[in-house]
Design a protein around this ligand. Sequence first.
Ligand code: C5P
Length: 222
Amino acid sequence: MNTLRVALDGPAGAGKSTVAKRVAAALGVAYVDTGAMYRAITWKALQKGIELHDEVALTELADSIHIDFKPRSVGQAVFVDGEEVTDAIRSFDVTNNVSAVSAVSGVRVAMVKLQQDIAARTGVLMDGRDIGTVVLPNADVKIWLTASVEARAQRRYQELLGKGIACDFEQIKEDIQRRDDYDASREHSPMVKADDAVVVDTTGMSIDEVIAQIETICHSAQ
Ligand code: C5P
């Protein structure tokens, strides 16, 4: 297996996971969706009725939770303590609360350790917000994937419409902006571009063009 370690960070809705799955498969490295890990904790906290300002309870949850990824024909299935939550962690409820949970330092310490343990065993492409700065500061490749908030909201809007989910464009845009602001202004490992990350602005680019550009950047690092 390829031992390359790639950090792919950027704001909400920039298309990181779609791109990451395909580039990881092409490179022959494991794909780790770190956002899914923070979403999994948020889902479990909501299920258990944990108060989202209770840092002690959230830290205990993060220390004891078992999160598994299993490959599927398309993408990955996510399990929390043996229960499949692949779709549940994408709900509006989880999306609207995940930034508060992921701002808790005890939650971050637990997740960063899990992520670093995975990267110590295998080549990876990890997507998130703090991979190039905190999780894998010595990654072989660092990419900051971004797009205008309009373009990101438009993609999310089309995706939801495609699934037959009624939604409001302005509301989606507002939610994306609010999540970015929260993630970028938190005290512990805020979302920020690593100084040595290559910026890929996907506004106006197709998925295939983005993938080709990222593969070129990764190949030049090998
Ligand atoms: O990538 P995704 O949108 O699924 O991430 C969900 C949330 O998880 C982000 O808005 C952010 O609050 C949190 N997150 C994080 N650090 C990461 C990955 C995600 O704080 N490495």
